[in-house]
Design a protein around this ligand. Structure first.
Ligand code: PLP
Length: 244
């Protein structure tokens, strides 16, 4: 049970945005001949206050995403009473933050290097009573300079990284995550991602989660099989400071 949403202008604004985003997801599912309800909305709440997360939860949002530990940790603590809410850590993760993140995150999206798998597994083993869901981030940039900047494992590196996650008892290999390259058409990138996902599932049939698509490109992501879209701006409005 969640409380009724507060009856204020901000709640009305978010409710309208949420209805529009849900319509976009439903239309994208219909266009792709995928069952409605196959795509889960993750509301990316970075830079917005805990009160907005509370509004989203009261409006029926079940999954929220954050990308910086410094911000996510106090927010998750303030909202600890919302026990049904699933917290997704969607940002790049530094090893010195994993001991915090394993406490409040249900899913970590940007696993992209062996040292991070090892650190996450050790931390999760120490503090969690059930495995932490982990997604291997796939880099879809064709420009190597961009690739270095945006994180993610190159497609060729994904199988070994996935095997390493799957071999860690404190982690559960849930699937893949990707961000479309900047300034390029998302469609071809997400088509490549779908191929990487198919290869992964051949080896790890339970790793079916595919986190792709944001405010600007969720339709393309749904067309290529996304099971989770990460939407910030279209739900909550523009962010005051750029956060990558
Ligand atoms: C901020 C962020 C999003 C949401 O982006 P919008 O364009 O605001 O929808 C999605 N994924 C990640 C990893 C992010 O950092």
């Amino acid at each position: 049970m969640t409380a009724d949403p507060p009856d204020d202008a901000r709640t009305a604004e978010i409710a309208g945005n949420l209805a529009a985003v849900r319509d976009r997801i439903a239309a994208a599912c219909a266009a792709a001949a995928r069952p409605a309800g196959q795509v889960t909305l993750i509301a990316v709440t970075k830079t917005f206050p805990a009160a907005d997360v509370r509004r989203l939860a009261a409006l029926g949002v079940t999954d929220v995403g954050e990308n910086r530990d410094q911000e996510a940790r106090p927010k998750a603590a303030e909202l600890a009473d919302l026990t049904a809410l699933r917290w997704h850590f969607v940002g790049r993760l530094q090893r010195n933050k994993v001991n915090h993140v394993v406490h409040y995150a249900d899913v970590v999206h940007a696993v992209d290097r062996p040292e991070l798998v090892t650190a996450l597994a050790a931390a999760a083993e120490r503090v969690r009573d059930r495995p932490l869901d982990a997604l291997v981030q796939v880099n879809l940039d064709t420009d190597p300079d961009e690739a270095a900047h945006r994180g993610g494992a190159i497609p060729d590196a994904v199988p070994a990284l996935a095997d390493l996650v799957a071999a860690s008892p404190a982690l559960r290999l849930a699937g893949l995550m990707a961000i479309a390259p900047l300034g390029a058409d998302a469609g071809p990138a997400f088509a490549r991602l779908a191929e990487v996902a198919a290869t992964l599932r051949a080896d790890h049939p339970a790793a079916v989660m595919l986190s792709a698509g944001m405010s600007a490109d969720l339709e393309a992501a749904v067309r290529y099989g996304a099971t989770h879209v990460r939407v910030g701006t279209a739900l909550l409005g523009g962010r005051a400071r750029p956060v990558g």
